[in-house]
Design a protein around this ligand. Structure first.
Ligand SMILES: *[C@@H]1O[C@H](CO)[C@@H](O)[C@H](O)[C@H]1NC(C)=O
Ligand SMILES: *[C@@H]1O[C@H](CO)[C@@H](O)[C@H](O)[C@H]1NC(C)=O
Ligand SMILES: *[C@@H]1O[C@H](CO)[C@@H](O)[C@H](O)[C@H]1NC(C)=O
Ligand SMILES: *[C@@H]1O[C@H](CO)[C@@H](O)[C@H](O)[C@H]1NC(C)=O
Length: 493
């Protein structure tokens, strides 16, 4: 028997009147374990300081990184180093899902480097996940700044080892990894020549973008397929709230949705459905994929088809069940659904969201299919206080990396970053969708979803995707050529 456990964003303190969903998480943590890898690399370890920002000795940990030098043309020929900034998960999974780097390494003669993010995968401080995640003291070194510092320190040592100080480094990353790539390029411009930040919502902080963007984009993914599908979902989410008010209603819901156990609150089910809709929008890819789940091409089209094509008289909730089964049970191998896979919410991303990664999200039912939900800082503070004993600092990221008035500030202080986004991706609303300068470039695709460009090319790639990757390759080549020209003319002088 296979019991499916879901990618749920958890809320511990459920509030019955409001829609209490928290921000969806990125891809990664919930994804399938890496398949037998088709890409070959060596796995190495590097000792990192636990705290890069103090001189007090807080100890060290072993950071895992994957490296492939098969295509590298060597230090003498200034072979580039392509570094993927590991995100919130096992680095092997990101390496095997970032086929773009593997595809282009030969033509660039590039070395590939995949460092793992601290506190994820095997790169655990204090020797084990259990110890590392023990409390706020042990978790306090889990920050984006520390992760970027890890990558920078590793890069310098690695270059020294290969006598490759003169080799240009290009950063890559998707989602949170894309945020890290962009931020690292902005913070450590002397170590890199550029960054490809794919689907990186670096503006989803404080009040830079409207908090409704995420759920509006999710909703539009459904509305563009069919209005009735959008309306069915909207209606069902309202119905759940009223059915949840009595025990019979909850029993009925558990049965309708083939849950393994009993349903404690309607909110649990509502969150489960809402996360399916959000993830579906992220992976609304034009061909079948196996990224988060096995899914057909245009999965939202399929969800809506199953909702809309049910026989006349089929109830709203049965239609919803038919639809979400595309997401949770496309393979057909799931016997019953388990809503609650991580009751303590003690994942690394939860900690990050409770400290610096505060991404305000709301839902406005006039524009979205989700019930009213207003991001509430007090509520978040209480939640994080009870989870970890910490208060989120919502304005820290914008203080550290900027974001307000990015068009003028980054234009002056930054260069050579590609912000690649697909407009179907709900995270695109929090990313850079306009060209900021000659070299801070936005590549936007109407039909793209969450960092499809970073995946391996396939015969099914639509033209717009091929073009997007071609533009990326052209820009990256430009950065490397510029660097080589500048450094060689410096030699001549
Ligand atoms: C650099 O080389 C030293 C000596 O061989 C080795 O101990 C260290 O792990 C290497 N560092 C990296 C980042 O490969
Ligand atoms: C999953 O799909 C299979 C095949 O359609 C079906 O027999 C099974 O009941 C479904 N599981 C759930 C939990 O609905
Ligand atoms: C925000 O959350 C706090 C704590 O849960 C609650 O007391 C308050 O009423 C909420 N504010 C709004 C506007 O919903
Ligand atoms: C940004 O400029 C590039 C050319 O460098 C162009 O291909 C792209 O379409 C522009 N992006 C936007 C969003 O206008």
């Amino acid at each position: 028997m296979e019991i499916f456990t879901l990618p749920l964003t958890l809320i511990l303190i459920l509030c019955i009147i409001t829609f209490t969903q928290s921000a969806p998480m990125f891809l990664g943590k919930y994804a399938k374990k890496p398949n037998k890898l088709s890409y070959k690399y060596e796995t190495k370890h590097f000792t990192q300081r636990l705290d890069h920002f103090s001189f007090h000795d807080s100890g060290s940990f072993s950071q895992r990184f994957l490296i492939n030098t098969n295509n590298w043309v060597g230090a003498k020929r200034k072979g580039p180093i392509f570094m993927y900034c590991g995100n919130e998960g096992d680095i092997e999974w990101f390496a095997s899902n970032s086929g773009f780097l593997w595809d282009i390494a030969p033509r660039f003669g590039a070395m590939l480097l995949f460092p793992e993010h601290r506190y994820y995968g095997e790169s655990m401080p204090y020797g084990s996940k259990e110890e590392a995640y023990k409390d706020k003291n042990t978790l306090s070194y889990l920050t984006a700044e520390q992760a970027i510092a890890d990558y920078s320190v590793l890069l310098r040592e690695l270059k020294r080892n290969f006598s490759a100080e003169g080799c240009p480094v290009v950063l890559f990353g998707g989602s949170y990894g894309g945020m890290l790539a962009a931020w690292m390029r902005l913070k450590y411009p002397h170590l890199t020549v550029g960054a490809l930040a794919s689907s990186a919502p670096i503006l989803q902080f404080e009040d830079i973008v409207p908090p409704e963007t995420f759920y509006n984009i999710v909703s539009n993914n459904f509305r563009r397929e069919s209005t009735s599908c959008f309306n069915t979902i909207k209606e069902s989410l309202d119905m759940l709230q009223s059915m949840g008010e009595n025990a019979d209603g909850l029993k009925q819901l558990a049965k309708t949705f083939h849950l393994c156990g009993e349903l404690k609150t309607a909110q649990d089910l509502s969150d489960w459905l809402s996360s399916a809709y959000s993830y579906l929008a992220m992976v609304n890819y034009p061909y079948p994929s196996d990224f988060l789940m096995s899914l057909p091409g245009h999965p939202i089209r399929e969800v809506c088809r199953r909702m809309d094509s049910a026989a006349d008289g089929t109830s709203v909730l049965d239609r919803i069940f038919n639809g979400v089964s595309v997401y949770y049970n496309y393979s057909g191998g799931v016997d019953c659904f388990e809503l609650d896979d991580d009751p303590h919410g003690m994942s690394g991303w939860q900690w990050q969201a409770c400290t610096e990664m505060v991404m305000p999200m709301s839902s406005d039912p006039d524009q979205s299919m989700f019930p009213t939900f207003n991001f509430n800082h007090t509520y978040e503070q209480d939640r994080c206080m009870s989870l970890y004993g910490v208060k989120p600092r919502g304005s820290w990221i914008t203080t550290e990396f900027g974001g307000h008035d990015f068009k003028t500030t980054w234009k002056n202080s930054g260069s050579n970053i590609i912000f690649a986004n697909g407009l179907l991706d709900p995270w695109s609303g929090g990313s850079v969708l306009q060209n900021v300068s000659e070299s801070l470039v936005a590549l936007v695709t109407e039909e793209g979803a969450h960092h499809l460009d970073l995946r391996a090319s396939t015969p099914n790639d639509p033209d717009w995707l091929v073009q997007q990757r071609t533009s990326e390759i052209r820009l990256i080549k430009g950065w490397i050529d510029d660097y080589n020209q500048e450094t060689s003319s410096a030699f001549v002088m």
